[in-house]
Design a protein around this ligand. Structure first.
Ligand code: NAP
Length: 252
């Protein structure tokens, strides 16, 4: 049996990077998927790719700052597959500025996407899981949810908050068969990270490699596999946990 065999699974933030890698990996592990993001063209292309390989998958526009779109994605999974077993709340956005120069609009946007978006998604998913007898949720924080760094203040605040939301929900729904965990990826080779690095000096890339005792950044699939395990029935006694997936950057 595969890790996510038959599980009705929602991935939010699946149009590229870690979320797209998760869609491919979860499908290969037997999940029945609904994938969401704002870039409809990208998620529909991914849907078609995976359908072409025989997987059960649908795609729907989701903007985590718009509650009705989140509710619609959860409902789509229940309509298609009868229930929602698993959800990966992976949408995220980033910016770079000295702390004292961040404008308020950027702060609000980063908190909206990275923190409130996770809150809205969890509310909708938990309501469905309560109605359907349980499930598992994984949120995406960051090593920036565990330690500070330069230029990322609102992102760091939001990602710390994602760990807080995870703990609160794990505590509150532990007896309703709902597990809630959070992964904290380190620097990972996605559009978000590489896009930022494209404007950065070469020494900075070397610095990021050096953060990890493994002296390299992560691959999107290496993050997705951790999320899959936490969502699976191999992790039935794991809830409220923060799992760094960072090549030892924070823990070693
Ligand atoms: P990415 O390539 O930029 O992908 C981000 C994903 O989030 C995209 O699918 C994007 O889709 C989606 N998204 C952004 N805003 C959204 C919104 N308002 N509503 C719905 N979806 C939205 O970044 P990534 O590196 O794969 O990041 C995935 C997650 O990992 C994020 O939470 C990020 O903070 C976290 N993370 C990344 C790294 C890293 O080094 N890459 C490290 C630590 C943590 P659309 O634009 O199509 O909406």
């Amino acid at each position: 049996m595969s890790l996510l065999d038959g599980k009705s699974t929602l991935i939010i933030g699946a149009s590229q990077g870690i979320g797209a890698a998760a869609a491919r990996h979860f499908a290969a592990e037997g999940a029945r998927l609904v994938i969401g993001a704002r870039n409809v063209e990208a998620i529909e292309a991914l849907r078609d790719e995976l359908r072409g390989q025989g997987h059960e998958i649908d795609a729907i526009r989701v903007d985590v700052t718009e509650r009705p779109t989140v509710d619609a994605a959860v409902q789509r999974a229940r309509d298609l597959y009868g229930r929602l077993d698993a959800a990966f709340n992976n949408a995220g956005a980033n910016a770079l500025s000295p702390f004292h120069e961040y404008d308020e609009k950027t702060y609000d946007h980063l908190l909206d996407v990275n923190l409130k978006g996770v809150f809205l998604a969890m509310q909708s998913e938990i309501r469905a899981m309560l109605a359907d007898g349980g499930g598992a949720i994984v949120n995406t924080s960051s090593v920036g949810g565990l330690v500070g760094n330069y230029g990322l203040a609102p992102y760091i605040a939001a990602k710390h908050g994602v760990i807080g939301l995870t703990k609160a929900a794990a505590f509150e729904y532990g007896q309703q068969n709902i597990r809630v965990n959070v992964i904290a990826p380190g620097a990972t080779a996605t559009e978000m990270f590489l896009g930022g690095m494209a404007h950065a000096p070469a020494e900075l890339a070397a610095k990021f490699n050096a953060f990890s005792p493994m002296n390299r950044i992560g691959r999107p699939l290496e993050i997705a596999t951790a999320a899959a395990w936490l969502l699976s029935d191999q992790a039935t006694y794991v809830t409220g946990a923060t799992l760094p997936v960072d090549g030892g950057a924070v823990g070693a």
